[in-house]
Design a protein around this ligand. Structure first.
Ligand code: MIC
Ligand code: SF4
Length: 643
């Protein structure tokens, strides 16, 4: 039978289950990726498993999210990570070397391999045809220990690309078009597989942008074929030897079918404050902008920076704009420098920063009050920039450059009247820079792990009681993000390795009183709407609330990674059977789940709850493995003995 590429890769890695959508499968994981913000906790979890050496084929740890050294915490965390990597045999990419997704693609990514990463944008590795999935740190730690990764087998959406992108329109506009059609939850439970004649017009880094932002659609991951463009990229990186050709069979079928004619696309923009809020740039053209940033784990490749450099060459940034460049990696910057791109950007007035996530996760670059910020980033959730009530727009590098020149949102096609569209070719041979990667070695295994005072041990989690009685302390609406649940930014991100300290900030933007109320009540429940927990993979959005006594979340629907994280830390992820029951809950409602332990152990899917004395039904849609985790008070408690 003809197979699509997704099923070919899954089949080659299948350890448990069947490829039937909705059923839980376990796959072998070849590569693991950690970044610093989620990595400290993941590393502590890996340590708690008592494994002597990492078992994945390639395990890499990047330092990209927190580069601000305002006190001892950041340096403590980085030292811990560096020494733990040496001890366990993990590649360590030093601060400033680049954003995990960009560097992994440059130096390690291999077509046809599987990867999980403790960062939701891990699917960017679709650029070189990996099947790469974002997951909570504990799932990544388990894969590092050689365990399979378990997740519900997704449906496969086939997106046929035809035609070729017009001048001034680029890969970002392709994924913004997907977001315009599907919004932020349209692809939950799905893998997006791109195919068709339009594929050959997209480079590996173009595909990275599209695959990376599949996360904003709610997708489990995205997949691209491995073809001559993949080979060219790998050869230019000096790694042509890892290339293999991979594609769907000719007659392959998909669960859903979509077609995008690339020639018909125009510049698009996501308006505040959701990546799904997409309109054509021309509809918002003319709006005054104060800040433009090119960079992040999308749109920070050689091509993306060079297209901006060529547009800015000999021009000056508008005097009202602060213009920032955040290169994707040190290697990208070196290559842009070698072709005078960095000089052109500097002369035009750009501020060129070290390579890292920076303003994308509120680590600096926050816009001023009421100011409009235009960014090439993947997400613009409310307040994520670090400024309250921020107005962040997401667009392509072309739109960003045109806007930086004009001072108002500008359709880049307007520039076409004055200059030809700069089509950028990747260098024939990239300047390769691996000096900032510390490779594992036998000698380094002897390293002693260093723990500064910011590294606190993993908290103990109690088992699920026979009957759960709790109080509702917070009721929320639709599309609550993990940034709403467990914010980041320069004040909170440095606390990621200290659950007690970070728990003070749970829901702090939505409900500043939450921490104290949860502490006072002891055992609490929160209520949410659709797509609850979208966004980041940060398990702190489950672990820190659990630490404060959140034992169940009842919502209309969950985002994938957050739901898995809740199970991993012993929180019941419950869904209303009847959405009308959402209205029965208020702050202060008393909720009882009678015989909850027995019901979980017996595999009940329908879980009754008494809400202020009235009985409703909630649904617990989890696998037997996840039931065991919830009963045990988290996956770590459950698996420790097996390991
Ligand atoms: C994000 O883009 O939201 C982050 C910051 O990269 C997160 C990871 C984190 O919270 O550390 C993600 O995407 O998973
Ligand atoms: Fe970093 Fe932003 Fe990418 Fe997250 S989305 S990995 S914060 S650059």
């Amino acid at each position: 039978m003809a197979k699509n590429l997704t099923h070919k890769i899954l089949e080659a890695h299948l350890i448990e289950g069947r490829l039937i959508s909705g059923e839980e499968i376990g796959i072998k994981i070849d590569h693991t990726l950690l970044q610093d913000a989620t990595g400290t906790m993941a590393m502590l979890e890996f340590e708690a498993m008592g494994i002597d050496r990492v078992k994945a084929e390639v395990a890499a740890q990047y330092v990209d999210h927190n580069l601000l050294q305002t006190d001892n915490k950041n340096a403590d965390d980085h030292r811990f990570l560096q020494t733990a990597c040496a001890r366990y045999g993990i590649h360590f990419s030093r601060p400033g070397n680049g954003i995990c997704h960009q560097v992994h693609m440059e130096r390690f990514g291999t077509p046809g391999k599987t990867m999980i990463g403790s960062d939701s944008h891990t699917p960017g590795a679709a650029g070189i045809s990996m099947l790469a999935i974002g997951a909570g740190g504990l799932d990544v730690a388990l894969a590092m220990a050689g365990q399979p990764y378990y997740f519900p087998c997704p449906k496969v959406v086939g997106v046929k690309l035809t035609g070729q992108l017009p001048d001034w329109v680029s890969a970002k506009d392709v994924v913004l078009e997907m977001l315009r059609r599907y919004d932020v939850k349209g692809c939950v439970g799905k893998i997006i597989e791109y195919y068709g004649p339009g594929i050959k017009t997209l480079s590996a880094t173009d595909r990275e942008t599209i695959g990376n932002m599949g996360t904003e659609l709610g997708a489990t991951t995205s997949v691209f074929p491995s073809d001559v463009n993949t080979r060219a990229y790998l050869e230019d990186q000096g790694r042509g030897n890892v290339w293999v050709e991979m594609m769907a069979d000719e007659e392959a079928t998909y669960d859903e079918n979509v077609e995008i004619d690339l020639s018909s696309l125009e510049p698009l923009i996501a308006c505040p404050s959701s990546p799904g809020n997409v309109v054509p740039v021309r509809e918002v053209a003319g709006l005054k902008v104060h800040q433009v940033i090119v960079g992040s784990c999308v749109n920070s490749s050689f091509r993306d920076l060079m297209v901006v450099a060529r547009i800015m060459e000999g021009e000056l940034v508008h005097h009202d704009i602060f213009f920032h460049i955040n290169p994707g990696s040190r290697q990208v910057l070196e290559n842009v420098l070698a072709q005078d791109g960095a000089l052109a950007l500097l002369k035009a007035g750009a501020r060129i920063h070290q390579s890292g996530c920076l303003g994308c996760i509120g680590m600096g670059q926050a816009p001023g009050t009421g100011q409009v910020s235009l960014r090439t980033f993947p997400r613009n959730f409310p307040n994520r920039s670090g400024t309250k009530d921020d107005k962040v727009y997401l667009c392509s590098p072309e739109t960003a450059a045109a806007t930086a020149l004009k001072g108002v949102i500008t359709d880049p096609r307007d520039l076409g009247k004055k200059m030809p569209y700069p089509r950028i070719k990747d260098p024939d041979k990239y300047i390769v820079d691996e000096h900032s990667i510390i490779f594992p070695s036998e000698e380094r295994i002897k390293t002693e792990i260093e723990r500064g005072p910011n590294i606190k041990p993993f908290p103990k989690i109690a088992q699920l009681p026979e009957t759960l009685a709790a109080e509702v302390v917070l009721k929320m609406g639709d599309n609550i993000t993990t940034d709403d649940i467990m914010p980041a930014g320069n004040k909170i991100l440095p606390l990621r390795s200290n659950i007690e300290a970070i728990s003070k900030f749970v829901y702090s933007q939505l409900a500043p009183e939450f921490y104290q109320e949860a502490r006072d009540k002891g055992t609490v429940v929160v209520i949410g709407g659709e797509n609850y927990g979208q966004g980041s993979s940060r398990e702190h959005a489950a672990l820190a609330p659990r630490y404060l006594g959140v034992r169940a979340k009842i919502v209309k629907s969950f985002a994938r990674i957050h739901k898995a994280n809740l199970c991993n830390f012993g929180i019941l992820p419950l869904v209303f059977k009847d959405f009308a029951d959402y209205d029965r809950f208020n702050k202060g409602s008393k909720v009882i789940f009678p015989n909850i332990r027995k019901r979980l152990a017996e595999g009940d899917r329908e879980i009754p709850a008494e809400v202020d004395g009235q009985r409703i039904i909630t649904i617990l849609d989890v696998s037997p493995r996840q039931r065991r985790s919830i009963l045990a008070g988290g996956t770590l408690n459950d698996v420790k003995q097996d390991l």
